[in-house]
Ligand binder design. Structure first.
Ligand SMILES: Nc1ncnc2c1ncn2[C@@H]1O[C@H](COP(=O)(O)OP(=O)(O)OP(=O)(O)O)[C@@H](O)[C@H]1O
Length: 324
């Protein structure tokens, strides 16, 4: 495998990054500013979640990274090489699943892969059958390989798309909304597969509008809103910058809610024997003491672990609409 970064030193000082963009911008002809000054750094070996609501610019970014469209301004480097200029050298090292796999329904899953591989000028026909069998096996389609693709479920089609991306050894996998349209079981299966693919060191870049998906699968994430990067970094750090909600377990919920409000807590919510609230910016021990002093029988008192969703809301001041 050639080492592109050895022939062209990383001009952006992005170190070990597999994807690096600087001020990457795309304005469509109609005037829509889809991506606005994006500085993205995807470390080697990460499972990188590219998160944002529908329309936030994820697909446009991925299409620029893959050299499918040119940026209006700014730069994108993939595997250390500029895109779209170095697309021919870079793309053989990248497996991509973008906007669903294009399949021939009348062909079996196996024959679809054979056909796909035959269209790749860098692939070796002598090893084709073995590589196809290995890829089918990796995505759990070995037994269904002889079935016509039109008889595949959506989840099986996504698996076949992943298998196509795995026909060659890849340094980077780019998956655009890989679980979109799948039922919960299908989602779980694809997520498990992504984790497994990443465990051999392949960098995985996956877009999603599902926060919990990113939390479950990714080591790193970037959050987009309206074409702009809101934040990026290790998933654990993104949530750590946010305070979790205060949670008080008590049989005296009414009185507890009153005291918490009095003490400056906001967004107080009572469910069964639990009162949750946004804590005020002060020592939580004082709040606990105030509850006890007021005669509230406190069974549990703590701060819930903040989720990426809390982080998103804190960062953007907006809810995360996943319905679109
Ligand atoms: N070919 C195009 N021409 C004009 N505008 C476009 C085009 N493609 C996308 N857009 C607009 O650019 C913005 C970003 O779209 P993009 O598809 O990149 O977002 P996304 O985050 O991938 O959303 P989704 O999850 O819905 O695919 C949207 O406002 C969209 O309407």
């Amino acid at each position: 495998m050639d080492e592109p970064s050895a022939t062209e030193p990383d001009p952006q000082g992005a170190g070990d990054s597999v994807i690096a963009t600087r001020a990457l911008t795309k304005r469509y002809r109609g005037g829509q500013l889809a991506v606005d000054g994006l500085d993205l750094t995807v470390p080697a070996g990460s499972v990188f979640g590219f998160l944002g609501p529908n329309g936030s610019g994820k697909t446009t970014t991925i299409r620029m990274l893959m050299g499918l469209i040119g940026p209006t301004s700014g730069t994108a480097h993939v595997l250390g090489r500029p895109m779209p200029r170095a697309a021919r050298a870079v793309l053989p090292h990248v497996g991509a699943l973008i906007e669903g796999p294009a399949l021939y329904g009348f062909l079996s899953g196996r024959d679809n892969l054979i056909r796909y591989d035959a269209a790749d000028p860098t692939s070796d026909p002598r090893t084709r059958r073995t590589r196809v069998a290995t890829a089918l096996d990796r995505v759990g389609l070995a037994a269904a390989g002889g079935k016509k693709a039109k008889a595949y479920s959506l989840g099986m089609k996504q698996r076949l798309g992943l298998a196509a991306a795995l026909l060659q050894p890849r340094r980077l996998l780019v998956l655009d909304e890989p679980t979109n349209g799948l039922d919960p079981q299908g989602m779980r299966e694809i997520r498990a597969l992504v984790r497994e693919l990443a465990s051999d060191g392949t960098t995985v870049f996956l877009s999603s509008h599902l926060l919990d998906e990113i939390e479950q699968v990714c080591t790193h994430a970037a959050v987009m809103a309206q074409g702009r990067l809101i934040t990026q970094g290790p998933v654990a750090d993104l949530a750590a910058g946010t305070r979790g909600r205060l949670a008080v377990t008590t049989p005296d919920t009414g009185e507890a809610a009153r005291v918490l409000k009095e003490q400056g807590a906001t967004d107080v919510v009572v469910t069964d024997d639990l009162v949750t609230a946004e804590p005020p910016d002060r020592d939580l021990a004082e709040l606990n003491a105030a509850l006890v002093t007021a005669g509230v029988r406190v069974r549990g008192f703590g701060v819930e672990r903040p989720s990426l969703e809390d982080a998103f809301v804190a960062l953007t001041g907006e809810g995360f609409d996943v319905a679109g």
